[in-house]
Write a new protein. Structure first.
Length: 374
């Protein structure tokens, strides 16, 4: 049924997240991935629109074609490769961005089960959208139905978790979380991964088969032992991120107007920090938990992710993902949802990039490209 597909988004009735849908076992078919699920989704779309015939613009992750173990039917493997060769489907390393770009330009819905949480910062229109996603569900008897999904608005910390998860999926590490809590070294001395303990950015290894390799050199990574616990913090002014820093286990960090810590004078105007003390806050790990301690003259408002507030004065409290420490309205420190942040130089904050340069080809946790702020 190649007539179901079109390579012209202006002719299509919907976009198809092929890797996501072809792996949805409850939509019928056999194997980890099956083309029959796509055809059933096509029938469901025709029923949803009340049309005799519909067209899908398919976008697939490269891994769908590169992993023959996913599709057990050899004929389906051949068909998929022929569609790519004929330009009938779009194949990218990761399908999310092209899907969302085309959806933004055309207004077409995306048939998927993904909520694109890791892309909400870049594609703000997703928050609250009621027509961006059509979700298929199986009835247990081979039938498929589609329903519109409302994409609930996500907080910054939830977006950070989604971004980090997307990176894990990209590197094949979603089920290898134990690898993320360790330092990995590439044997090649010129590689950015060769000295991860002293690097500003921690680069992810890539899982290929049962191996963890450097995706730049293809060499087996060397395990250097555990990484210390770390937490990523973001400095926000009037809802805009001005910089970020990392607190690591055994290395407390102070925030205020002093050059001996995270100096807010480097980030915002002097009149904004008039109520900020030289050593206003201290952040550190205590028995495995990140804690925040007020050491200021005016106190700090701690705003928990459930909305509750606490005036903190000369006291300490746990600081969890989604919590905010407010110096005064508009100026806050927010804890990110990332569990494996990349910034390891505790003594220096990392300002936001001021250009739109393309990100490095190397994959990193929390890369500093403005489209992937963590």
């Amino acid at each position: 049924m190649p007539e179901l597909l079109t390579n012209d988004p202006n002719v299509a009735d919907a976009l198809l997240d092929m890797s996501n849908i072809l792996r949805a076992a409850d939509l019928g078919g056999r194997g980890a991935a099956s083309l029959s699920r796509m055809f059933r989704v096509g029938e469901a779309l025709a029923s949803f629109y009340g049309a005799d015939q519909v067209k899908l613009f398919g976008v697939a992750d490269r891994s769908l074609l590169d992993r023959p173990d996913l599709i057990s039917d050899f004929r389906h493997q051949q068909m998929l490769r022929r569609w790519e060769t004929d330009g009938l489907i779009l194949v990218e390393g990761k399908a999310d961005n092209p899907l969302l770009q085309i959806a933004e330009e055309t207004g077409l819905p995306i048939i998927t089960r993904d909520r694109f949480v890791g892309h909400r910062r870049e594609y703000r229109w997703l928050d609250g959208s009621e027509d961006a996603v059509l979700e298929p569900t199986g009835d247990g008897q081979g039938g498929v139905r589609l329903r519109r999904v409302t994409l609930e608005q996500k907080y910054e910390w939830e977006i950070s978790i989604g971004e980090e998860r997307d990176l894990f999926v990209q590197q094949g590490l979603l089920r290898r979380r134990e690898a993320l809590g360790r330092y990995w070294k590439c044997p090649e001395q010129r590689c950015p991964r060769h000295d991860p303990k002293n690097s500003r950015i921690v680069l992810l290894p890539r899982r290929r088969g049962g191996r963890l390799i450097c995706d730049l050199h293809g060499l087996d990574m060397i395990d250097l032992g555990p990484r210390p616990q770390a937490a990523q913090l973001k400095i926000m002014h009037d809802g805009q991120e001005r910089g970020r820093f990392t607190v690591t286990e055994g290395a407390p960090v102070t925030v205020g107007r002093s050059a001996d810590g995270i100096n807010l004078l480097d980030l915002v105007d002097r009149d904004v920090v008039r109520d900020v003390s030289r050593f206003h806050l201290r952040l550190e790990f205590d028995e495995g938990r990140l804690t925040i301690t007020d050491t200021s003259r005016n106190g700090t408002t701690l705003i928990f992710r459930n909305g509750a507030e606490l005036e903190l004065r000369d006291d300490s409290r746990p600081f969890s993902a989604g919590d905010r420490a407010q110096f005064h309205p508009g100026l806050e420190i927010v804890r990110s949802g990332r569990r494996y942040p990349s910034e390891l130089q505790v003594r220096g904050w990392i300002p936001l990039p001021r250009t739109d340069d393309e990100p490095s080809e190397l994959t990193m946790i929390g890369r500093l490209d403005p489209k992937l702020r963590g």
